[in-house]
Design a protein around this ligand. Structure first.
Ligand SMILES: [Zn+2]
Length: 120
């Protein structure tokens, strides 16, 4: 059941009435209030989450058969978004994936270098 409760935007402290599942804790109410808030910080967080979700969907589609690799790339996305780590590069199968964040954009690059060597 959905009930109406009061939550507080974690940025501007504005109180809002939010619709949440019955029994939702205050943290959930505050998250919903932050989500619905129109203050610049809340909008910015909303924008960041949309980008993260889009990146995660892209990773899910690209590596649909390799759940470990998906987790690694998702952790990389969160890491670069939070500036906890810089650029992350990793090799998965024959591809090199580079995850980077710049100017508020998340960049995921997939490279495959073809080379040939023969010895006689
Ligand atoms: Zn706010």
């Amino acid at each position: 059941m959905i009930v109406e409760k009061t939550g507080t935007c974690k940025f501007c402290k504005q109180m809002k009435t939010v619709s949440v599942p019955e029994g939702a804790d205050q943290e959930t109410c505050d998250a919903a209030a932050t989500d619905a808030c129109e203050c610049p910080e809340a909008k910015e967080e909303h924008r960041r989450r949309m980008k993260k979700d889009a990146a995660f969907t892209y990773i899910d589609n690209m590596l649909d058969k390799n759940s470990y690799a998906r987790d690694v790339l998702k952790a990389a996305v969160e890491g670069v978004m939070n500036k906890a780590v810089g650029k992350v590069s990793t090799k998965i199968d024959k591809y090199t994936y580079t995850v980077d964040a710049a100017d508020g954009e998340i960049k995921i690059k997939r490279e495959f270098k073809e080379s040939q060597e023969e010895s006689f």
